[in-house]
Design a protein around this ligand. Structure first.
Ligand SMILES: NC(=O)c1ccc[n+]([C@@H]2O[C@H](COP(=O)([O-])OP(=O)(O)OC[C@H]3O[C@@H](n4cnc5c(N)ncnc54)[C@H](OP(=O)(O)O)[C@@H]3O)[C@@H](O)[C@H]2O)c1
Length: 295
């Protein structure tokens, strides 16, 4: 099959592309950076260099594809993050229609069933709606939970403060996934026929924050690493001090409130995947420890 993959050689797109190329498919990978073309070609794909804000470019990159994998690249400089995410979903929808793409596998998020109260995830709700407007296009939304790799953003906090923390307590639950487990499910969906519009939830592990801190801490030789609950205000100020733009900091604080209340997991709990991903937190913790040594 001819497949166009967005997301360059990112967390999910790289293992996804490698798997699809191994299976004999013809891949085009979208990157915004011309310097990535050589690395994309080195894994056996064609590079399409351009940006997801350019519908004409997307249309060209999607033309002739049997399946497109869509994801919205993170852009923390957006003045209105939700509007940014929605606008990329709208661009994808327009390009998919113009290029007559029959099937789409879209990376969405746990919590995307909710219209508000979820911070950065609300835009994913909008993307699903934009794509679902397309008639005669089969669409599978993969609702992924919290990526393990997000914890790599906490390495400075561990080093400088000796803690892990956010605006939810040690007893708060976190549903998590490894990018390789997402890539495996995306590859499966891309390679099998499906019709209509549907949702598939993903998971690798489902734990609470205190034990998560212990597992990550143990892997880096700090088994006593505590999980510390911040107030919303402390979390906001901490993110601002670390240079996160206010719009994003506010979004992440709101997402934290949805983790604290459990709001985020509601629809997932009603529709849990029958087969979970294989990479559990302890396995990721070894990757985390390798990363910790480098940063
Ligand atoms: N983090 C989570 O917990 C979580 C949970 C659920 C869903 N998600 C979704 O997952 C997404 C991230 O997926 P990921 O981790 O696989 O992505 P990623 O590793 O962040 O990779 C995205 C790649 O997209 C490319 N890119 C950036 N801006 C672009 C632009 N304007 N036009 C074209 N390409 C551009 C970049 O590569 P180049 O430099 O080569 O262009 C970048 O490396 C999030 O944005 C969110 O929608 C995340």
């Amino acid at each position: 099959m001819k497949i166009t993959v967005t997301g360059s050689l990112g967390n999910i797109s790289k293992p996804l592309a490698k798997q699809l190329i191994r299976a004999g498919h013809q891949l085009t990978i979208i990157s915004s950076n011309a310097e990535k073309a050589a690395a994309i070609e080195a894994i056996g794909a064609t590079a399409a260099i351009g940006v997801v804000t350019d519908v004409e470019f997307l249309t060209r990159a999607f033309t002739g594809a049997d399946v497109v994998y869509t994801m919205v690249p993170p852009y923390f400089g957006a003045n209105n993050f939700r509007e940014y995410v929605r606008s990329i979903g709208k661009n994808y929808a327009e390009a998919i229609e113009k290029a007559s793409v029959p099937r789409v596998v879209n990376l969405s998020s746990i919590g995307a069933h909710l219209d508000a109260g979820t911070g950065p995830i609300a835009g994913m709700h909008d993307v699903e709606l934009e794509l679902n407007k397309l008639s005669n296009v089969a669409i599978k939304h993969l609702r992924a939970p919290f990526f393990y790799v997000n914890f790599e953003g906490n390495i400075d906090m561990i080093r400088n403060m000796g803690i892990l923390g956010s605006n939810y307590p040690a007893t708060a639950r976190l549903v998590m996934v490894h990018p390789e487990d997402i890539a495996a499910v995306a590859a499966e969906e891309i390679q099998q026929e499906f019709t209509g519009k549907s949702i598939r939830y993903l998971v690798s592990d489902d734990r609470t924050m205190g034990p998560i801190a212990t597992v990550l801490g143990t892997a880096i030789g700090k088994p006593e690493l505590p999980w510390v609950e911040f107030t919303d205000e402390q979390a906001l100020n901490g993110m601002l001090q670390n240079g996160l733009p206010p719009e994003m900091a506010r979004n992440f604080v709101e997402m934290g409130t949805a983790i604290r209340s459990g709001l985020l997991w509601g629809d997932y709990d009603q529709n849990k995947p029958k087969v979970p991903g294989i990479i559990k937190l302890e396995a990721f913790a070894q990757e985390f420890a390798d990363r910790f040594k480098l940063v």
